[in-house]
Ligand binder design. Sequence first.
Ligand code: FES
Ligand code: FES
Length: 149
Amino acid sequence: MARLNINGKSHNVDVEAETPLLWVIREQVGLTGTKYGCGIAQCGACTVHMDGVPVRSCAIPVSAAEGKKITTIEGLAQGGKLTKVQQAWLAHDVPQCGYCQSGMLMAATALLAKTPKPTDAQIDAAMTNICRCGTFQQVREAIHAAAKA
Ligand code: FES
Ligand code: FES
């Protein structure tokens, strides 16, 4: 049994301590915006925030998430209002197939919270997520736009 705080709500889940946080978010809590890509902390599709820090939830045991504030893609918009990062994503037509994009948005949101005006080098260092559709240039443009918004 684990007790989690996800997007400001408390959830009690009946799982083994070593169950990856990603599966708990998707299967037990039912928030399917966080995606499974590689399962080995390489692609970033499963990125969520843990106390504001971007983490790859496929590689985090649920026991390590207890007592932390977890935020998923579903927790970014507040009261139906998209964040400035999400709005920049739409304005720059970033998503192609979309599969990697919730992880991209979580990584970009964490970057801008820590570094409000990132350089290209800082963006490249923070955005290690993999996109099979090759949206990297649009991601960079949208991050710069969100930094100016
Ligand atoms: S699914 Fe977690 S990093 Fe790829
Ligand atoms: S938008 Fe298709 S994998 Fe990134």
